[in-house]
Design a protein around this ligand. Structure first.
Ligand code: DGJ
Length: 733
């Protein structure tokens, strides 16, 4: 009788067993336990992330990420153990794992059972939850970390992997975070591009199977794909409605976001370092720490998601996010490599004349044996070029000081030209394959930063320069190529560590520099916007968004960056790119961290006056742009214009930017309804950046006053249908 019952049970189980049931079944057929379930709820002001330790099998399951729940009591029942919070490989999981390892006895499986967890106050309006998981058969453990920033509704997740097995364990997959969703439909917005065409947004529906956004560029996170995404549930992403997850990985190298829709239409999102060609041999007792996956869940569209990330970034993500920023005159577009001391001194005069804070001397100032007069030579030889700068950097710092402006300098310390003394003296410091020709990109090679001697060299390039010239007030740190020639002499038989160790070594150097120079503003640049991520932004005050400074292109690009990065971090320069008016260029650059890279001596008197006034305007309103809440009002992806505004926290000041794109003859430009204001306050409207010549005579709303209620429901005239025109309104209570 007993036997018959057993057979019937096995038969009925096997009939109903499907892939997910297998994933849910207890480890190795162990008998179900009867411990009570444990709910772990991690909360911010508006969101809940709910996990559960199953009393049945001891595993950790992901139950929910969404709008904050008043209680998690209803989860306290069996039957919702569908999604492993950090899925392993080798036992019963049939889907993409968060972690995959090979033990030193050849066993390729991992099982993770809950051991303990704790939630502690992490200061700064945050809590930190750690959950320890351990393999019952091997001394191998994973601690999952989740930092929840209460006010900004941002979560940061990462994992620490550790073991005490006798020999190293190879880890093949090591996600930072694994999230699950059960919605009807999923829409993914990715941001891709190339040099000079960064951050193009594209939304598509996820269907059954796997979609991967990744990069394999090594020394930079992006260029083709940016390490960011928007995931919207059920409907396409809208600015002010719908459920949206905005995510980004804080890692300056290869990343991977994997979206897998399974046979039950559940979605798992696995984010972290790209495991591509990067199996890692983990020594006993050492900790492998993944980078942070940073995400926010908004129940009211992408606008709120961006405001959450911006507020978080200002307070926690970007170095000195709560401070201010310098306006710059850069010389890259204006002079290229072609300058001398006299020319630079005249640019210092221009910096002063314009009313800008810093003159930033770009590429071309260094190297003597192989002078840096073009991009084919000199990189790596960081001594002032004697022909161009006979007085050295010290002379320029002094001249800047005499004019009451600051001096900044460009470097690219991770790279080398084959025509350089550095290449001649230290070929072993360079990534290149011993038995193959060198592959160049922009005529240069990447230094092997995994080598401590190279780390020391890079540190000394910066420290040496700052020690010799303490007056240097700004640095632009460039990185003009990705990694190829994948071989490190230093790493020997651990070549698969190269991608990961490179980035960690870079962070090590930056950490050291920042402990000595905590406040120095440094712009993160990477041959345009190739290295934009919160892993690096901990050490940088701002980033160069793209070498493409054509303002029309920039509207789209800056729009794209604005989903994830606050305006204070996005450097936009007015240059000679594009045929639009100086006003249009200035208005576009002003929506973020503004700078100029023009030949000031070629400006007419009127143009110079326009720039001076615009810079003075900018200095008056920049705090609202840097620290205000962003409202994207009209998307350039939807209409032939774009409008956005920033509102300060007190709702007493706002700035509206409105740009007409390539409109067609007869096309009407409608009013813009504002957002984020106080309906009961009355606001004055002042049009700024009005040229005193040409056809831009000021907007029709200049000098008027309206209630916030009116502005948000009726709106403003903000622009004309004339192509490539713009309006900026300063709005003050
Ligand atoms: C690439 C950067 O994006 C440019 O702004 C400029 O600094 C050049 N490098 C200099 O080589």
């Amino acid at each position: 009788m007993k036997k018959l019952f057993y057979l019937l049970t096995v038969f009925s189980i096997s009939l109903t067993l499907n892939a997910q049931d297998i994933a849910r079944s207890p480890i190795g057929g162990q008998q179900p336990k009867s411990d009570p379930d444990k709910i772990i709820s991690i909360e911010t002001a508006k969101s809940s992330l709910v996990l559960k330790v199953s009393g049945r099998d001891g595993r950790l399951y992901h139950l929910y990420l969404g709008p904050r729940l008043s209680s998690t009591e209803s989860f306290n029942q069996r039957g919702n153990e569908n999604h492993l919070a950090y899925a392993t490989f080798g036992t019963d999981n049939l889907f993409e794992p968060a972690i995959r390892v090979l033990h030193n006895d050849g066993n390729p499986s991992l099982e993770l059972i809950y051991v303990s967890h704790e939630t502690a106050n992490a200061g700064n309006d945050a809590t930190l939850t750690r959950i320890l998981l351990r393999d019952p058969q091997y001394p191998f453990e994973v601690t999952l970390f989740c930092k929840a920033f209460t006010a900004t509704d941002v979560f940061e997740q990462w994992a620490e992997i550790r073991h005490t097995e006798k020999k190293p364990v190879t880890i093949y997959n090591y996600a930072s975070s694994m999230l699950h969703f059960d919605a009807e439909r999923y829409w993914l917005t990715q941001f891709h591009g190339d040099w000079a065409e960064e951050m193009k947004a594209r939304e598509s529906e996820l269907t059954a199977g796997i979609k991967i956004l990744d990069s394999k560029l090594g020394s930079r996170a992006h260029m083709y794909q940016t390490p960011v995404f928007l995931l919207s549930l059920n409907e396409k992403a809208e600015e002010n409605s719908g459920q949206v997850l905005a995510g980004t990985l804080g890692w300056s190298g290869n990343f991977r976001f994997l979206f897998e829709v399974d046979e039950k239409n559940s979605l798992r999102v696995i984010s972290g370092i790209n495991p591509f060609a990067s199996e890692y041999s983990l020594q006993p007792g050492k900790v492998f720490k993944t980078p942070s996956m940073i995400f926010t869940f908004s129940n009211s569209g992408t606008g709120q998601a961006s405001r959450n990330l911006h507020r978080w970034a200002i307070n926690h993500g970007v170095l000195n996010g709560t401070g201010s920023r310098y306006t710059l005159l850069n010389n890259w577009e204006a002079t290229g490599f072609n300058f001398d001391e006299k020319k630079l001194t005249s640019i210092l005069d221009d910096t002063k004349k314009m009313g800008l804070d810093v003159f930033l001397l770009d590429d071309g100032w260094f190297a003597n044996k192989y002078p840096r007069n073009h991009d084919r030579a000199g990189l790596g030889d960081w001594q002032e070029n004697k022909a161009k700068l006979p007085g050295g950097l010290g002379y320029l710092v002094k001249e800047a000081d005499a004019r009451g402006v600051k001096f900044g300098i460009w470097i690219e310390p991770e790279m080398v030209n084959p025509r350089s003394e550095l290449y001649e003296n230290h070929p072993e410091w360079i990534l290149k394959l011993p038995n193959r020709p060198e592959h160049y990109f922009r005529n240069q090679l990447v230094l092997d930063l995994t080598n401590p001697k190279v780390q020391e060299f890079v540190y000394n390039v910066v420290d040496g320069m700052l020690t010799a010239n303490p007056g240097i007030a700004f640095i632009k740190w460039d990185c003009n190529r990705m990694m190829t020639n994948m071989y490190s002499t230093y790493l020997k038989d651990k070549q698969s560590h190269l991608y990961i160790d490179y980035v960690n070594s870079l962070y090590g150097v930056l950490e050291r520099l920042r402990s000595k120079y905590p406040d120095l503003p440094i712009m993160l640049c990477s041959g345009g916007g190739g290295r934009v991520d919160y892993g690096a932004l901990k050490y940088f005050t701002e980033f160069w968004a793209s070498d493409n400074t054509d303002p029309l292109e920039r509207i789209y690009m800056q729009w794209g960056y604005s989903y994830f990065f606050p305006a204070i971090s996005v450097c936009n320069h007015v240059t000679s790119w594009g045929k639009q008016s100086l006003k249009y260029k200035t208005d576009v650059a002003m929506m973020g961290k503004m700078g100029f890279d023009i030949e000031v001596d070629k400006l007419t008197e009127n143009e110079l006056k326009f720039c001076q006034d615009a810079i003075a305007n900018y200095n008056r309103i920049k705090d609202v742009i840097y620290k205000g809440d962003l409202y994207r009002l009209i998307s350039p992806y939807k209409e032939n214009r774009a409008a956005l505004m920033y509102v300060n926290q007190e709702k007493t000041k706002a700035v509206l930017f409105s740009y007409t794109l390539n409109t067609r003859y007869g096309e009407t430009i409608n009013r813009v309804r504002l957002q984020g204001l106080d309906p009961d306050k009355t606001y004055n409207i002042r049009e700024i950046n009005v040229p005193n010549e040409g056809r831009f005579r000021g907007g029709s709303e200049n000098g008027r006053s309206y209630t916030g209620d009116y502005l948000m429901n009726v709106g403003l005239n903000a622009g004309s249908s004339t192509p490539l025109t713009s309006v900026v309104y300063e709005i003050t209570e």
